[in-house]
Design a protein around this ligand. Structure first.
Ligand code: HEM
Length: 197
């Protein structure tokens, strides 16, 4: 019961936030100027008015919420699993770090174009020894966020392994068991000692 009350309150706050995002787009007050997902949804909504099956504002907001729900937990979980796999395969972690650091050429922030132009695809495809099994099986063909997620996750991982060294805390065993849920989270949170490189 307490959980349901908390959930409703959370949803209410989410909807207030999303309403403010929609209003901001409608007023055209955003900085940056480029068209984004919310602009496209509002445009489809406007074009659909005459069709006899209008898209209601609540549906637009539900779609925005859907993108958050579908994109946040999955991304966090994938990065945690990937880091856990790398900590369990320290030689692969070292190899990946040296490739990323070579690409970064002493720059701290690793950007998308650095990854595109350079050796990371090589490391992905020609890893030796073979890559650890991906867990959870990362993407589904039914996921519309797949391209975005792959770029964002690769970039996040590259920045993590490029800028920090990782090791398990002394005496800590890597627990790779899964917890039940909508996304496959680790049963226990990953613990790591993180040192700036
Ligand atoms: C590691 C990251 C991700 C994983 C593992 C993942 C996985 C999945 C899976 C398994 C589904 C169900 C597909 C089906 O029904 O066949 C799905 C659907 C979906 N994903 Fe992802 N996803 C990820 C990231 C993202 C991101 C970043 C976004 C958006 C920014 C996104 C948006 C969606 C949406 C909107 C759906 C629902 C599609 C529908 O209603 O048919 N996902 N995803």
């Amino acid at each position: 019961m307490g959980c349901m009350v908390e959930w409703r309150e959370l949803l209410r706050r989410w909807m207030i936030f999303i309403e403010s995002v929609v209003e901001e787009h409608e007023r055209g007050e955003r900085k940056g100027g480029h068209e984004d997902f919310v602009d496209v949804l509002l445009q489809v909504q406007r074009e659909n008015v005459a069709s006899g099956s209008p898209i209601h504002r609540e549906s637009v907001k539900a779609l925005i919420l859907d993108m958050f729900v579908a994109g946040i937990d999955t991304t966090a979980s994938l990065i945690e699993w990937a880091m856990a796999e790398l900590l369990g395969h320290p030689l692969i972690l070292k190899k990946l770090q040296s490739e990323v650091r070579e690409i970064a050429e002493a720059k701290q922030a690793i950007t998308e174009d650095m990854l595109e132009k350079n050796a990371l695809p090589k490391s992905r495809d020609q890893r030796d020894p073979p890559p650890p099994p991906a867990r959870p099986s990362p993407y589904s063909p039914g996921c519309p966020g797949i391209q975005f997620a792959m770029s964002v996750d690769e970039l996040a991982l590259a920045n993590l392994v490029g800028n920090f060294d990782f090791s398990l805390p002394v005496g800590e065993e890597l627990d790779m068991s899964e917890a039940p849920g909508l996304t496959v989270r680790k049963r226990t949170a990953l613990l790591a000692v993180v040192t700036p490189w």
